[in-house]
Design a protein around this ligand. Structure first.
Ligand SMILES: [Zn+2]
Ligand SMILES: [Zn+2]
Length: 173
């Protein structure tokens, strides 16, 4: 007795000759069983995408379709497709919820950003006047403008500490 080949999909044993196995693997019955075997491992997304491109199998609805898993028409009922769609949509919703940062994450991120901030007043211009008052101007000057001195328009001119001495601080109402 020669070597035997057993096809697990078909639960069939045959002579282990390459030609015979090859022919078997090309057979409709074998392919149908392989398809049906893998169908159960497919994600609903894959099944949905595949079935959407197919027309419903009229023979299958009458119980007459012999093609099973390799039928080029869909063997899924409208209701089954609908529940697949619902399942996929619910899965997508869950996914986006998981990817949304929690309050704790956001709070932690804020704390990290605060602690990473340099202690120096980068971006501010600091002036100390004679009265011991610190003026922090929330902007910086372009040092290149210094060469223009007082010829600059007032908006570009660098504040000097004298500007604050007799300043009339307007109360904003
Ligand atoms: Zn087989
Ligand atoms: Zn069919």
């Amino acid at each position: 007795m020669g070597k035997r080949y057993h096809c697990n999909y078909c639960d069939k044993t045959m002579v282990a000759a390459p030609a015979i196995v090859k022919t078997h693997n090309k057979g409709v019955v074998h392919q149908k069983l392989v398809q049906e075997h893998y169908q159960q491992f497919k994600d609903p997304e894959t099944i949905l995408a595949e079935e959407k491109t197919k027309k419903p199998c009229l023979r299958f609805t009458k119980g007459e379709c012999k093609f099973g898993g390799i039928c080029r028409y869909s063997h899924y009922t409208k209701e089954q497709i609908e529940s697949l769609k619902e399942y996929v949509a619910a899965k997508q919703r869950n996914k986006t919820q998981i990817h949304q940062p929690s309050f704790e994450d956001l709070y932690q991120k804020l704390q990290d950003e605060k602690s990473n901030k340099p202690l120096s007043d980068e971006g501010n211009t600091i002036l100390y006047d004679n009265n011991g008052v610190t003026h922090i101007l929330p902007w910086t000057y372009n040092n290149d403008f210094d060469t223009y001195g007082d010829n600059l328009p007032p908006s570009l001119r660098r504040f000097k500490i004298e500007d604050f001495v007799n300043a009339n601080v307007t109360e904003w109402g």
